[in-house]
Design a protein around this ligand. Structure first.
Ligand code: CA
Ligand code: CA
Ligand code: CA
Ligand code: CA
Length: 463
């Protein structure tokens, strides 16, 4: 009888312990992705791109934006979710659809900083497939102003491409304050200009009207079919002189007799404004690698006070493995960027498309900027993301942290963005798109928010 009771106690203890463990792991698992959002309809592919929205309502919390290219017969739709002490809002506070089918409104979008100097973050969205009355695919960019109520419903400024297939606004984003007037400026690409030679514009911030009606700076590709302007971004302050530059990619630029090798061009800033000719360039190595598909400032990875540049070519491969993808980081000194890449990382396996997206930020808040890379093709399009933590030694040869997609074929990591600190705990948070996720219908798409943390394990220890 006594023995029996003891046996029962042990049994109950085991039951209790396993139940608690179950709850514990269930909780951990549930908490892994504390915020997620889905597209509205099948084939929306919500999360094809994600971007920081800045702080559009001036409440001190970063806001976040997501694109559904397939929505409304490919009119495209952009959504903005507001940050708060509880993290991102469940439903979007702002959502705008393209004017017509196949506009691809949102092909580029995101914060441009405060362009009119009223203290509220402003926002650009562009539709590379916009047709005007005379020509197809001229493209159109739209600027929306922030306010205490959030983003304006209608744009305060627009710029329409002039010629057919100019595709203005395929890429656009903040340029920093390149003309040093205290207002942030904007860079816009038009890769279809002049038979895909491509060009890039910088529009200056303006107290009235948001942005200058005419561009303050323009640059052009070297040859037809270069696709110059397919990627555009601020390069940050490369030489540590206080003047930001811009980086423009021409992913189809040839080299010797090889096609689509790709090339990136950096134009340094100075007292006189942006350089008119490229200050620094770098090219890919192999045919078809699309070097410069993405190019972004890396921030200060080594903590030496100098910013660098991240460039990717997601179609890079070698004799054995095809389309593994490649990411290069260039460090800088007061002279400018290094001639050769300071750090190069290739994808793990064929078709992984490593470098399809890149992002930077100090995700563990240790003073060294870190690099994130997405490989949406990894494991038959399940997808995988990688974090490389910066330190005084530079970047590591093996990733500091990785995460795979939840479901097969979701293309997790098709796009990554530092959302900023959406919950105000001091760590920047990361948006990850999985546009082919089919939980809510075929390719409806899903976006995850991963919280930054001091150990550099994104999303696993949310607060
Ligand atoms: Ca906010
Ligand atoms: Ca503003
Ligand atoms: Ca300015
Ligand atoms: Ca760091």
């Amino acid at each position: 009888m006594k023995k029996n009771n003891a046996g029962k106690k042990i049994l109950w203890f085991c039951w209790g312990a396993s139940f608690l463990l179950f709850i514990f792991f269930h909780f951990l698992n549930r908490q892994k992705f504390i915020w997620a959002a889905w597209g509205e309809a099948s084939n929306d592919t919500f999360g094809t791109k994600v971007a920081p929205a800045g702080d559009v309502n001036g409440d001190g919390f970063a806001d976040a934006a997501v694109w559904s290219p397939g929505h409304g017969n490919a009119a495209g739709k952009v959504y903005v979710f507001l940050g708060s002490i509880h993290g991102l809002s469940k439903t979007p506070a702002w959502a705008v659809q393209g004017e017509g089918p196949r506009d691809q409104y949102g092909h580029s979008f995101g914060t441009v900083g405060d362009v009119n100097g009223d203290g509220f973050g402003d926002f650009i969205a562009a539709a590379q497939g916009f047709d005007n009355s005379k020509a197809k695919d001229v493209g159109k960019a739209y600027l929306y102003l922030g306010s205490p109520q959030g983003l304006s419903a209608t744009p305060v400024w627009t710029k329409t491409g002039e010629s057919a297939f100019e595709l203005l606004g395929d890429c656009s984003g903040p340029a920093g304050d390149v003309n040093q007037d205290g207002l942030n400026d904007v860079v816009v690409g038009a890769y279809g200009f002049d038979h895909f030679r491509g060009m890039a514009y910088v529009f200056y911030g303006a107290k009235n009207g948001g942005l200058s009606p005419a561009p303050g700076w323009t640059a052009y590709g070297e040859n037809k079919d270069d696709w110059f302007g397919y990627s555009v971004a601020s390069s940050g302050d490369i030489r540590g002189d206080g003047f930001p530059g811009v980086v423009i990619g021409g992913k189809q630029h040839p080299k010797d007799k090889m096609e689509r090798v790709g090339k990136v061009y950096v134009y340094y800033g100075s007292k006189k404004g942006l350089s008119k000719t490229p200050s620094w360039t770098a090219s890919g190595e192999t045919e078809g690698e699309l070097f410069g598909w993405r190019a972004l400032p890396s921030g200060d990875i080594k903590g030496d006070g100098h910013n660098g540049l991240i460039v990717s070519g997601y179609m890079y491969g070698n004799q054995i493995k095809h389309y593994i993808g490649k990411v290069c980081v260039y460090f800088s000194t007061s002279e400018g960027l290094s001639k050769d890449a300071s750090w190069t990382m290739e994808g793990e396996s064929s078709n992984s498309l490593f470098g399809y997206t890149i992002a930077s930020g100090d995700f563990n808040h240790d003073g060294f900027s870190d690099v994130m890379v997405g490989a949406p093709g990894y494991q038959q399009n399940r997808g995988k993301i990688y974090l490389f933590l910066g330190s005084a030694k530079g970047l590591p040869e093996i990733p500091s942290w990785t995460m795979m997609g939840e479901t097969a074929d979701e293309r997790f990591g098709s796009y990554l963005a530092k959302a900023g600190d959406v919950n105000g705990d001091g760590y920047p948070d990361v948006l990850v798109g999985a546009p082919d996720n089919s939980e809510k219908g075929d390719k409806t798409g899903k976006v995850y928010l991963l919280y930054g943390g001091k150990n550099g394990k994104l999303g696993e220890f949310p607060r």
